[in-house]
Design a protein around this ligand. Structure first.
Ligand SMILES: Cc1cc2nc3c(=O)[nH]c(=O)nc-3n(C[C@H](O)[C@H](O)[C@H](O)COP(=O)(O)OP(=O)(O)OC[C@H]3O[C@@H](n4cnc5c(N)ncnc54)[C@H](O)[C@@H]3O)c2cc1C
Length: 385
């Protein structure tokens, strides 16, 4: 008799919720165990490029997202050196796969509603996965739960599942801190509210701003050097940082207009790590937390979910073939995700140049032109499940 096609997922973030929907679409019964008592996303925005939106559209989420997401037509790359635009890269909207920006809470609500509507998915809140056991028949169990074919650790950068599988792998602090704030668009002087994605490059820092919540709010993220623990850090530090480095007035106006600032020390995992062992695999930030400078962390978690479901779809309830399917998933994902991790690191170095190097960067970007700069992103955006 074959074992039931059931999977347990630790973590109901963007990765865990998408994986549950992708697996359920392939006929699996899924139980999501989430540590938090309530699901709440930070009041910040998220960019989802076509490689990720394509997966969400295929999972049937477009009707739930299209009225809350905005599809800007370009990213405007600005330099703090002169305050001018270095390049404007149009987002190529592939058929059915838009470049979306949205409030994180809107994405989470859409995923959550789809999960709650699905008869084969059970979500348990206030249920942390503290450890797991691999049984002699190859199945895996978490305390208090029935054996499952597979356990997916989608429990974020401080993953408990990863900690048990690979205790030596620890997140490393990057030396950079992201400050996330929100601006009521009507509080900005006329013409200053970004209608596209705005990327400001400057000395040892950068800033990203884009509309969200049907254009009523602007999401603003400021990346600055910092420490892991700064108990006395406050939002006034950001304004001070950008004033001291003589950033253009429009950036300073945006920073002054923002509120709800939250501080996120940026920690990453090394690329090229191992993501699976037997019937257990990691997904999303638990496997590959990266710097957010390619705006792809959630995108990669969403892609992981699609590939994981594809790899497991052939598994007909036999625990012995599950580990091979999970190994295939990791082997398919790791090279691409590693390249994205490296791209994000490199982007950060380029954005934060200062002095003559910043001047050279701006000249090279202008000389390359939007078409060639855009083409460098195509390998990310053109991905299809
Ligand atoms: C400033 C900033 C900007 C970003 N911008 C973008 C962007 O524009 N586009 C993009 O694609 N990505 C972006 N990212 C990255 C993106 O936010 C993350 O990669 C993504 O949210 C990771 O999702 P996840 O589901 O893997 O992990 P998480 O969102 O961390 O979810 C993990 C879940 O697991 C739960 N959990 C933890 N431990 C346990 C446990 N033991 N048992 C059960 N549950 C547990 C947590 O409560 C949480 O709900 C950005 C990140 C930052 C910091």
């Amino acid at each position: 008799m074959s074992a039931p096609r059931n999977v347990v997922i630790a973590g109901a973030g963007i990765g865990g919720l998408t994986a549950a929907l992708a697996l359920a679409a392939r006929g699996f019964s899924v139980r999501i165990l989430e540590k938090a008592e309530r699901l709440e996303e930070v009041g910040a925005g998220l960019q989802l490029s076509p490689n990720a939106s394509r997966v969400l559209v295929r999972l049937g989420l477009e009707p739930r997202l299209s009225h809350v997401a905005i599809a800007p037509d370009a990213v405007s790359v600005m330099t703090a050196r002169s305050g001018g635009e270095v390049s404007r890269l149009p987002f190529a909207h592939a058929a059915g796969a838009p470049y979306w920006v949205m409030h994180r809470a809107d994405l989470q609500s859409a995923l959550l509603a789809a999960v709650n509507d699905h008869p084969q998915i059970e979500l348990q809140l206030g249920r942390p996965v503290e450890n797991f056991t691999i049984n002699s028949d190859g199945s895996v169990a978490v305390p208090g739960g029935a054996p499952a074919l597979a356990l997916i650790g989608a429990d974020g950068v401080r993953s408990t599942v990863r900690q048990q599988l690979f205790p030596d792998v620890q997140p490393e602090f990057s030396g950079l801190v992201a400050w996330r704030g929100r601006i009521e668009a009507r509080r900005l002087p006329h013409g200053l509210a970004p209608r596209q994605v705005q990327l400001w490059m400057g000395p040892r820092a950068h800033l990203v701003a884009y509309p969200m919540s049907s254009g009523e709010q602007v999401n603003v993220v400021a990346i600055v050097p910092g420490h892991l623990d700064e108990p006395h850090a406050s939002a006034t530090d950001i304004a001070r940082h950008f004033k001291a480095s003589h950033w253009p007035t429009s950036v300073q106006v945006m920073i002054d207009a923002a509120d709800g600032w939250q501080r996120w020390p940026l920690s990453t995992l090394p690329d090229g790590g191992i993501w699976n062992a037997g019937p257990v695999a990691l997904l999303g930030d638990a496997a590959h937390a990266m710097l957010p400078f390619a705006a792809q962390g959630a995108g990669m978690a969403i892609e992981d979910a699609a590939v994981l479901a594809q790899c497991l779809s052939d598994v007909e309830g036999t625990p012995t073939v599950v580990s091979a399917a999970l190994a295939r998933y990791a082997a398919l994902r790791a090279p691409r995700v590693g390249r994205v991790q490296r791209t994000a690191r490199q982007s950060g170095r380029i954005y934060h140049l200062h002095g003559p190097m910043a001047l050279a960067r701006d000249m090279v970007m202008r000389a390359l032109g939007a078409g060639r700069l855009q083409a460098r992103q195509n390998w990310i955006y053109d991905w299809k499940p």
